[in-house]
Design a binder for this molecule. Structure first.
Ligand code: SAH
Ligand code: SF4
Ligand code: F3S
Length: 492
């Protein structure tokens, strides 16, 4: 969402403006001119594809890139058909980097065959100097490389590439700058991610994110609420507030504000029916937030609360700044306030120095909390992080054994936790036609569980009351119990 700007009224022969976002609209207009020339020469509009490799924040950045591409005049296409391919990369684990190099290798012959094709690389992986060195040396066919801090400059960098025909590289180490009001193109009409903050200050000892996303900075609450009001006016009823640690929102603002206070402001926006957020760091989750969640009609009954390990010793080495007992105490408090909340988590197996006893502590937390689902990760050594040089890196075979045991435990518990809702009627926001059966649609409960039920695609984006007939492990087969709101006339 942004102010509509008529790019055709911009004088692209004048000097570019110095202020943002006007400067970027100028370069979008310049690229649009190039797109028109391409169309005249080739009898078709050029196509583009942005592929997301990372987390929800990475996905939101991709939506911004797609919005800018649309303004330039590019048409969206699959990666195989696109004239302009952009990889929005992730570097949180080693295999994320390996995937990008593999995919780039596959693009090379295509670029050779179609020299007009452009390849752009951006995102977290580009913030690592050795990656950029490798690309400069061995992947000369890449056209544009930029990082996480200057994504708003995408139009300018594309225009520079179109005019110079040279590899364009623009990576910033850090920034305190937030450019508002640029275009974006949402994946869904009815729900949207909303960045509330950028970066991270926590420096968990295994994690690369603070190095590639920079220091924590919060968006102005008025800009956030304005964006959500515009989204609501555009038909969005569910928002997902995004940040690496939303619980520390507002600390860096000129007039500090807590995350709980921000939630209360967002709750007032008419038309917004569901509010989600991620990620919550346990050390910063306040009683004030629990109280707001308890009293809210809109905040979804789901909390993603990464534990990472159940061992207090390992948690200290991870620099997580809570103990096993504090985490369990926090879970009890949340459950007491919001009894039907669904809890999910992230767990790392095989952190340096993790003993069998430490691992048992993790299993113990899993059994005590009974997560509705958990993302389990094998520890990945990230060069530049403190953990990468810690002694006692754990052998692969030991990690594999622990990982399998953890996964089994998590899955068994999650399947049982999912089943408790069987037979109830719950409100579902319908998201898509079901992948496996075109007669069915797929939607999400407030607690984030998926439900498939018979219904047509006209239900997409609508709320329906659905009876949860049968639990199939991690999702439900349901039956529409009431008329969906579109037919009841209470569309929000
Ligand atoms: N800001 C979020 C997480 C961002 S990264 C938070 O603090 O919870 C998402 C997840 O990736 C982390 O929760 C962690 O479980 C996992 N992760 C991060 N670095 C990792 C590494 N080096 N090896 C394995 N998993 C890692
Ligand atoms: Fe990484 Fe920790 Fe920051 Fe999450 S809170 S992004 S795990 S450093
Ligand atoms: Fe990956 Fe960057 Fe997200 S490293 S997990 S895309 S913040």
């Amino acid at each position: 969402m942004y102010q509509e700007i008529d790019l055709d009224k911009i004088d692209i022969h004048a000097e570019p403006p110095t202020e943002e976002p006007a400067r970027q609209f100028y370069f979008m207009a310049k690229c649009r001119e190039w797109v028109r020339e391409f169309e005249e020469e080739n009898g078709r509009v050029p196509t583009a594809c942005v592929t997301t490799f990372g987390c929800q924040m990475n996905a939101r950045d991709s939506e911004k890139l797609r919005g800018i591409l649309r303004e330039m005049g590019y048409e969206a296409a699959s990666e195989e058909r696109a004239d302009f391919v952009i990889y929005n990369t992730c570097t949180v684990r080693e295999n994320a980097n390996t995937r990008v190099y593999g995919r780039l290798g596959q693009l090379k012959p295509r670029k050779k065959k179609y020299p007009h094709m452009m390849i752009g690389l951006c995102g977290c992986m580009m913030q690592e100097p050795e990656v950029v060195e490798k690309l400069k040396k061995s992947y000369r066919f890449v056209d544009i490389i930029f990082g996480t801090h200057n994504i708003y400059k995408f139009a300018e960098l594309t225009a520079t590439r179109l005019m110079s025909e040279r590899m364009v590289i623009d990576i910033w180490k850090d920034t305190d700058r937030i450019v508002e009001d640029l275009p974006n193109k949402r994946k869904y009409d009815f729900k949207s991610g909303v960045n509330i903050m950028f970066g991270c200050n926590n420096f968990c000892s295994y994690c690369i994110v603070p190095y590639v996303r920079g220091r924590e900075r919060s968006r102005d609450p008025k800009a956030i609420v304005r964006e959500i009001e515009r989204l609501a006016a555009d038909g969005v009823s569910e928002v997902m507030l995004l940040g690496q640690n939303v619980n520390s929102y507002g600390k860096t603002l000129d007039t500090p504000m807590t995350f709980a206070e921000l939630l209360k402001e967002i709750e007032k926006v008419e038309g917004i029916r569901r509010i989600r957020f991620m990620t919550s760091h346990p050390k910063d989750l306040s009683d004030e937030l629990i109280e707001v969640m308890k009293n809210s009609k809109k905040i979804c009954k789901h909390l993603h609360l990464p534990v990472q390990s159940g061992s207090t010793d390992i948690l200290a080495k991870m620099n997580r700044r809570y103990t096993k007992e504090q985490y369990l105490e926090l879970v009890s408090k949340i459950r007491a306030a919001v009894p039907d909340i669904s809890l999910t988590t992230d767990i790392i197996v095989g952190f340096p120095g993790e003993t069998e006893e430490d691992f048992e502590e993790t299993l113990d937390v899993v059994r005590k909390v009974r997560y509705d689902s958990a993302f389990t990760f094998i520890y990945s050594k990230r060069t530049g992080t403190p953990a990468a040089v810690m002694e006692d890196q754990i052998p692969e075979s030991v990690i594999k054994n622990r990982f399998d045991r953890l996964l089994k435990e998590v899955q068994e518990i999650a399947a049982k936790a999912c089943k408790v809702h069987e037979g109830t009627v719950q409100e579902v926001l319908v998201e898509d036609v079901c992948d496996h059966d075109p007669e069915m649609v797929t939607g999400r409960l407030s607690n984030n569980l998926l439900v498939h039920f018979y219904g047509g695609k006209e239900l997409i984006g609508r709320y329906a009351d659905v009876e949860l007939k049968e639990c199939r492990g991690f999702y439900y087969i349901g039956e529409a119990a009431g008329m969906p709101d579109i037919m009841r006339g209470n569309v929000c």
